[in-house]
Design a protein around this ligand. Sequence first.
Ligand SMILES: [Zn+2]
Length: 380
Amino acid sequence: MGAFVCPRCGNKDPRFLGVRNGKTYCRKCISFRGEEAEDKKLAPKNVRLALRYPLSKDQKELSDKVIANFHDGIDTLVHAVCGSGKTEISYGIIAECMAKGMHVGFALPRRDVVIELYYRMKEAFPDNRIVCVFGGHHRRLEGDLILLTTHQLYRYPHYFDLLVMDEIDAFPFKGNELLIAMYRRSLRGHCVMMSATPSSTVLKDFHGKGKMTLELHTRFHKKPIPVPKVVKKFGPLKYAYLIQKLKQYRQEKKPCFVFVPTVEKSEALFRAISPFVKGGNYVSSQRENRPGIIEAFKKGKYRYLITTAVLERGVTVKGIQVIIFGADQAIYDSAALIQISGRVGRKIGAEKGDVIFLCDKETKAMQKAIREIEYSNTFL
Ligand SMILES: [Zn+2]
């Protein structure tokens, strides 16, 4: 039994192996079982790319390099700042591979973001069949372009000629051996990985043979990324500062996200401050009707939204300000701080905004995040 290696996930740890009817089986990847896609040959497609805005010069340059790499058999990491328009950089290679009838996938760790991407892709590729696959939604597994959570990659063994993966540094994909094994198993061609904050492991990996990292330091609107400000306040003064800031934004008609480290804190902070500053709400992974609250916030129904990391990525709101309440907590590593800061100033006509790290003490993660944002801004 010692020599058994699971063909699905690569597990060879005997503690996760079982024997049934004299046959060894793997218990590690047991939850990744279900219907799998059929490896059917696809016909070449007509592909029409309908973009609301043309690609910027930087985006076009990177898009061309991604295509050239794919032709040369090279996997690409696109290391691009928040708000640079990473998704658009992948359209060119997606269009080409769909046109050739290749198997094309686009995977993301989080279901919310997959759904949001679905609407963008439908708009960008109006003539193609785009399918969306995530937990509880997998009746149709095949299409011209498959958008899926990283959890669903197990349904596509040795399937994708092109696999685009975004937010690879995000939970739950980051550091998850099983999901990484399922990703490797699903890829038979080449991948394009995208991240604003790749881990040092990924960066190192993409310096290897047959791989290339492409960097993009500027946002598509060519304005600097707002640099976070560290504000140290203790005890009740932290609350007083937050209330005063929210009142100020309210007067200036600027919406604000207040990030908190835990689910409990999102509700507790809302209860504490809502008597003093009206017009807010709170969300977390546990909150019922989260999409509805976020939609209402985007439409201006609320002036501020207290949130956990669920809004750390993927959400764009024009004119948004950001305060991280307790930014010195351990869950805020530099990557999380950069992602959260990256919510601000993304839209044309609202390229500036506040990012405030409200804390007891300045941490190394804050310093690193600020350094990296300042470094990106030197490329302007
Ligand atoms: Zn296994």
